[in-house]
Structure formats: C-alpha cells, structure tokens
Design a protein around this ligand. Structure first.
Ligand SMILES: [Zn+2]
Length: 115
C-alpha cells in the first residue's frame, strides 16, 4: 500500500531530523498534503498513528493541511484552482494546463522539545 510506505518514510525523516537537530521529542508534525498527491490523507494518517506506536514518536501528533491544487492555463496564462483531471480553464475553457502546486506532500513544521 502506497500510504503505508509514505508513513514509514515519514518516521524515517522524523528520526533523521531528531538526530540532526538534537531534538528530545517531536510533539507535532505538520504536513502540507496536495489533493492530487497519490495518497489518501485520512488513510495515511490512520497508518501513521498505528505504526508510530512502535517507535519513539508514539506521542507525536500528525497534522495534515490539505492543499488545493493550482493550475496555470497554457493558453490564457491565468491561474486557477482545480482538484480533478483533466484541468479545464474557467476563463478560456482550454483543456489542460501546468500544475503549479497541489500534487506533493511536504513537511511544513515541527513542534519540538530540544535536548
Ligand atoms: Zn485559460
């Protein structure tokens, strides 16, 4: 399952951050989760909350901010929001466009206790 490997991945990233920055405890991790990312945010959170129990991040709270995808029309060059394929420009009705944001999962912030 894709969400499972992403959640395992997040644990690894937290572990590296912890080591690198001398963090005693990570209280909260906030992710920006694009609506077009190839994973289901609720399932991802569920899995993270299960697998964290076997790690030092048992008490780490996961916050997910859903990001509305933004597309740039290649015809009229206006930006618009779209969360389904194919993208249809509301201004000139051109089909397609360049995705500017909303297909990635990125770490936004960490709330920590320093060592
Ligand atoms: Zn357009």
């Amino acid at each position: 399952m894709h969400e499972y490997s992403l959640a395992t991945n997040l644990i690894e990233i937290l572990r590296e951050e912890k080591k690198k920055r001398n963090i005693k405890k990570i209280l909260k991790v906030e992710l920006e989760f694009g609506k077009l990312a190839s994973a289901e945010p609720l399932i991802f959170k569920e899995i993270f909350d299960i697998i964290k129990k076997d790690t030092e991040f048992e008490e780490t709270e996961l916050i997910i901010d859903l990001i509305e995808p933004e597309v740039k029309c290649l015809n009229c060059e206006k930006d618009f929001k779209a969360d389904t394929f194919p993208f249809l420009c509301p201004y000139c009705e051109n089909m397609g466009g360049e995705l500017l944001r909303g297909d990635k999962i990125t770490m936004k912030s960490l709330e920590i206790i320093k060592d």
